[in-house]
Write a protein that binds this ligand. Structure first.
Ligand SMILES: [Zn+2]
Length: 156
């Protein structure tokens, strides 16, 4: 991991708080408590939460929905400057969307040893055999996400 100065760390905490708020919104709607936000140039440009039950769609994960919304807003080419914040380590599908979008940085709170594809269960995000690797920062506000109680995220 790259060394972070204190200003960077503060922003990470701030944006992760927004991802946690998004996860809570999902939980209030009966979803798994997983949230994500996209940040470009110190501004939040998209945010969403898990919608697999609401949309009856097993692919409606917070990160994937946020990447799609970001691409619609910016045009897909500019995703290379985007940082995605999410409460839970993303699955292979969601990491795939980060790779396809050439997203620069992924920040997540809680690792997922069962399904995480950013080092938890497998390391797809930084696989050197692929043309793009995503920078990863983990553990930001981890204790708060643990308290969200999404024991089986499966939807990050
Ligand atoms: Zn996912």
């Amino acid at each position: 991991m790259a060394l972070l100065d204190s200003a960077d760390l503060m922003n990470y905490e701030l944006y992760m708080a927004e991802a946690i708020a998004e996860a809570r919104r999902g939980a209030e709607e009966g979803e798994t408590a997983v949230g994500a936000v996209a940040v470009l140039d110190d501004a939040m440009i998209a945010r969403d939460h898990c919608r697999t039950l609401l949309q009856n769609d097993p692919t409606a994960h917070a990160v994937l929905l946020t990447v799609q919304a970001t691409a619609r807003k910016l045009g897909a080419k500019r995703l290379s400057e985007v940082t995605i914040f999410t409460t839970h380590e993303p699955c292979a599908m969601c990491v795939g969307s980060l790779l396809e979008g050439r997203v620069r940085t992924l920040v997540f709170a809680l690792s997922d040893a069962k399904r995480g594809a950013a080092g938890g269960a497998l390391q797809l995000a930084r696989d050197a055999s692929l043309p793009h690797q995503v920078a990863i920062i983990s553990g930001v506000r981890e204790a708060e996400v643990l308290r969200l109680g999404a024991a089986e995220p499966a939807t990050a």
